[in-house]
Design a protein around this ligand. Sequence first.
Ligand code: SF4
Ligand code: FES
Length: 237
Amino acid sequence: MVNIVIDGKKIKAQEGATILEAARENGVQIPTLCSHESLEPSGACRLCVVEVKKGNRTRIVTSCIYQVDEGISVDTQSERVKGVRRIVMELLMARNPESEVIAELAEKLGVTPQKRFIPDEDKGKCILCRLCIKTCESIVGVSAIGFSGRGAAKIVGTPFDENSDVCIGCGACAYVCPTGHIQMESTEDTRTIWGRTFKMKACDVCGRYFAPEDQLKYISKKTGVPVKNLSTCVSCR
Ligand code: SF4
Ligand code: FES
């Protein structure tokens, strides 16, 4: 354990923990967008900035990737932190003017859109945080989506923006996306995502459509459990 101070409160934090983890563990709220407990942090949105004092030196760091260190003092609400957070928020709003999540977060933080940043009209709601790509790669194990383009033209999608034949329609990417960028539409027996429509499987017991057939086939292939044994929804199991 290491001894640190967060917002004047002395706490013991687990060695190797990030400042964000230590703060949350102790009830200190730091705004975040791209951090997810099941995935490695990437420091993409920069909203979680805090000020760290170590010896005589203070600096602004990204709390979701900066690890705690013996004797550091962390300020999550200093004027400098608020200033940086405001600019990060203004940039996010300019890049993603359509995102309700970003607009709500900005309102909560008391930040309004500024004319100095020209809003992008063509980026949708994506903040390029990579959570969807990492989820698809490392949790689902499919790698159906990735980034394409460079710089301001960078977007997330399927290779060459074509229907992915490896996508199983699980929707994990849409679920994990912090800004609601990924469109997933459902009817009673279909699910459409990334331009492909998947047929849903009806539960053998209650008849409710509960998962894409391709997802069940994928699970069966991975686990060796026959598809017929995966044909019951969670409630009827
Ligand atoms: S689509 Fe969502 S999860 Fe994927 S990179 Fe964009 S904001 Fe992040
Ligand atoms: S939550 Fe830390 S950079 Fe996004």
